[in-house]
Every structure is written in structure tokens, then in C-alpha cells.
Design a protein around this ligand. Structure first.
Ligand code: NAD
Ligand code: MG
Length: 396
């Protein structure tokens, strides 16, 4: 029986994780749940899974959760609160962390789990984007295990040889005959819309992803393809390669989740219905296989597959991500932080859809911090980039 901590349990990935655990009750036990402030959903999850700990970062929400669980005698969950206790909980007595908090807020607890030598199932791509080198170094130093939940990275991982998978952070992918990585992306809801219409797209249109059901932030990132940019950076750190080693390919049906091209001309891919329960189950059971609860893909009734090259005019964020990676982890932190501020402003209808990339570029070009090698400095850069982004928004 493996003890699992789910950080970000009330979100899209968190709920999918609990669904996989629900389908495998004899193998996994929920040890801890953590989220920001969704009291009702967290209470429901506590009543169902009776974890040892449940944490809400928001103090008011944590107090309400405690109150509502008091009347449930079968639920013995202890309620924790705040960021400090979250980072402490990351080091507690469990086996597997599902790191599914969204954005920079997920960085410190994921890093704490690495320092406690845990097995980390990484959904929170922002932590690798912000602190790639530091994060990978900590994972290696403490003998933690890192498995990619992000569907593309999970697909790439599955398409690589088992000899490589066993110790992939310490291996050179080129020693295994790999020529390149093909990172696929759907192109989001506006792939075929006239360019001139993009500036008037609403938040509701942007979050309506054609294939995947996801949280709001990542859905907007999919529409701007910033998500693919963040994933390109994530793939560079995970697989120890440069951006030029990665071919980004638009595949609107989201059935091929990514591929690996080998020297001999072979291309290996991982396919399946677009459902995050599959990569989550793959990571939970690795190297075994378990039932995930996701639909099995039907090739006869499914649509045919299309492919297209990405276009930087439509998706300038993809270009910015490549530029930022070349500048270093400080600049990818700046871009990621600025993007969080601008996505939030777009969701609040303060800026237009095309303004997201426009303002991201302004911040990336106007703030190029010096190289740093510790997490506090990264977090300071993150804060400074946010302040600058907010200031520029006010001036605009
Ligand atoms: P979501 O918005 O649905 O859920 C986010 C979760 O994080 C919630 O539980 C929320 O309570 C928690 N949270 C938010 N702010 C927090 C804070 N300050 N402190 C603690 N907890 C906080 O997001 P999601 O779509 O589930 O995505 C989660 C992460 O997984 C993101 O990094 C995303 O990029 C990544 N990811 C998601 C998908 C997907 O299909 N949804 C796929 C690949 C990767
Ligand atoms: Mg993805």
C-alpha cells in the first residue's frame, strides 16, 4: 500500500488523481490533501478518503474546513493551514507526492519533497520552468524520483527505452540513439481562427479547449501556446536537451501525446484518449500498469490525424519561451511570472487575448536578471517580475 499526498487536490489534476486512486483502492492510500481554499470540495474529499492531513493555504477556509469536519465522526483528518505547514507536509511520512498546485505557488513544496527524497509525480510544470537547474540538482542530490505527469512528457518518457527510464536524469539521451523529441500540441481553440479576430477573443472562448478539460490558467496557456512554450522548457530540463533538439508539432486531435525520433528512422509514440488519468496512472504504478478509469481510444470511430507546423505569428509566446530558455532559468522565471499576471488580467477582462503575449514580451525584454543559483533568489526574481508586470499594466 503506497501512501500518496495530493497537493492541488481540488484542481483538475488533483481530482483526476483521486479518481485513479478510487479505481485502485488496494494499492494506494491518500495520506494528505492540500489546496488553496475550496472548503466544500476539500471536505467532500476528506470524508471520502479520510487522509491523515488536509491543508488549506487560506486561513479562513482552513478554519471552515475544520468546523465542517468536526461533525463527521468517521473522518479523523487533521486540518493544517498556510504555506509553512504546506512545505512541512511535503516532508512528512508518505511515499508519493502528486505535485498539482498551479503556478509558482507549487514550487517550494515540490522542492521540499525533493529534499525529502520522495517520489514526485510532477504536474506543476512551472516549478521546472522557474528553477530547472536547481530543481533537477536537488532531485539528484537527495535521490528523489521524478516522474512526468504532463501528458507530453509522460508520452516522451514512455517512448524512451527502459534502460534510459531507470535513471534518466543521469543519462545522456543521445547514448540511446535518439535523434529528436517531437512535442505535440493541439494548437488550442483558435488554431484556425483568422489572425485579426484573436484580439477580440473572450476568456470563455479561450478556456473552451477542444480536447482537454483543464484548469483556467493552463487552458488560456493552451490557447496562446504558452503552455507548449512552458512544456518545451520543461522537456529541456527533464531530458537534458536544448530547444533545438525538440520539434514542436501541432496535432489538433490530441491523440498522439508526443513522440521520439530515433537515428535509424523509427519514430515511437504514445497514444490514447486525451485524459490525464492515463499519465497519472502511468506514473503512480511505474514501471507497472494499472487501470486508470480513462476511456480506451477507438481508432475506428476516432477522427483521422492531422499535423501542422507551429506559426510564431499566431503563437508568439512559443517563440518567447525559446528565447527565455536561451537566456537562462532567471529569464524563464520572469516569463512564467509575467505570463501568470497577464493571464489573470485577461481572465478579469483587463487586457485582450493578444495583449498576453505582447506584455509578456515587454517584461522579458525589459527585465533580464543576473544569474543566480539559489531558490530564494529565484523567488525574488519571480516577485520582481510580477511587480513590473503589474506596473506596466497600470501604465498601459
Ligand atoms: P487547477 O486550477 O484546476 O487546480 C489548481 C490547484 O492548485 C487547486 O487545487 C488549487 O486549490 C491549488 N492552488 C492554487 N493556488 C494555490 C496556492 N497559492 N497554494 C496552494 N494551492 C494552490 O489547475 P490544474 O489544471 O489541475 O493544473 C495544476 C498543475 O498541473 C498546473 O501546473 C498545470 O500546468 C499542470 N498540468 C495540468 C494539466 C491538466 O490537464 N489540467 C495537464 C498537465 C499539467
Ligand atoms: Mg501538457
Amino acid at each position: 500500500m503506497k501512501k500518496v499526498a495530493v497537493f492541488g487536490s481540488t484542481g483538475s489534476i488533483g481530482q483526476s488523481t483521486l479518481e485513479v486512486i478510487r479505481n485502485n483502492p488496494n494499492q494506494y492510500q491518500v495520506y494528505a490533501l492540500a489546496a488553496f481554499k475550496s472548503v466544500a470540495l476539500m471536505a467532500q474529499q476528506c470524508i471520502e478518503f479520510n487522509p491523515q492531513y488536509a491543508l488549506l493555504v487560506d486561513a479562513q477556509a482552513a478554519a471552515e474546513l475544520k468546523q465542517s469536519l468536526q461533525n463527521i465522526p468517521s473522518c479523523t483528518t487533521q486540518v493544517l493551514v498556510g504555506v509553512r505547514e504546506l512545505n512541512g507536509l511535503a516532508k512528512a511520512d508518505y511515499d508519493i507526492l502528486v505535485a498539482a498546485i498551479v503556478g509558482a505557488a507549487g514550487l517550494q513544496s515540490t522542492l521540499a519533497a525533493a529534499q525529502a527524497s520522495k517520489t514526485i509525480l510532477l504536474a506543476n510544470k512551472e516549478s521546472l520552468v522557474m528553477s530547472g537547474q536547481i530543481f533537477i540538482d536537488e532531485v539528484k542530490k537527495h535521490g528523489a524520483k521524478l516522474l512526468p505527469v504532463d501528458s507530453e512528457h509522460n508520452a516522451i518518457f514512455q517512448s524512451l527505452p527502459s534502460e534510459y527510464q531507470k535513471d534518466y536524469l543521469n543519462q545522456d539521451i543521445c547514448d540511446f540513439g535518439v535523434k529528436s523529441i517531437i512535442l505535440t500540441g493541439s494548437g488550442g481553440p483558435f488554431l484556425n481562427e483568422p489572425l485579426a479576430s484573436l484580439s477580440s477573443k473572450t476568456p470563455a472562448q479561450a478556456v473552451a479547449h477542444p480536447n482537454w478539460s483543464m484548469g483556467q490558467k493552463i487552458s488560456v496557456d493552451s490557447a496562446t501556446m504558452m503552455n507548449k512554450g512552458l512544456e518545451l522548457i520543461e522537456a529541456c530540463w527533464l531530458f537534458g536537451v536544448q530547444p533545438d533538439f525538440i520539434e514542436v508539432l501541432i496535432h489538433p486531435q490530441s491523440v498522439i501525446h508526443s513522440m521520439v525520433r530515433y537515428l535509424d528512422g523509427s519514430v515511437l509514440a504514445q497514444l490514447g484518449a486525451p485524459d490525464m488519468k492515463t499519465p497519472i496512472a502511468n506514473c503512480l504504478a511505474f514501471p507497472q500498469r494499472i487501470v486508470s478509469g480513462s476511456e480506451h481510444y477507438d481508432f475506428i470511430t476516432g477522427s483521422s490525424f492531422d499535423f501542422k507546423a507551429p506559426d510564431f505569428e499566431r503563437f508568439p509566446n512559443l517563440y518567447l519561451a525559446k528565447q527565455a530558455f536561451k537566456l537562462g532559468q532567471e529569464s524563464t522565471t520572469v516569463l512564467s511570472a509575467a505570463n501568470e499576471v497577464h493571464v489573470e488580467a485577461f481572465l478579469k477582462e483587463q487586457i485582450s487575448f493578444t495583449d498576453i503575449a505582447k506584455f509578456n514580451q515587454i517584461i522579458l525584454e525589459s527585465y533580464q536578471p543576473a544569474a543566480v543559483d539559489d531558490i530564494d533568489s529565484i523567488l525574488a526574481i519571480d516577485q520582481q517580475a510580477r511587480r513590473l508586470a503589474e506596473q506596466k499594466l497600470q501604465e498601459a
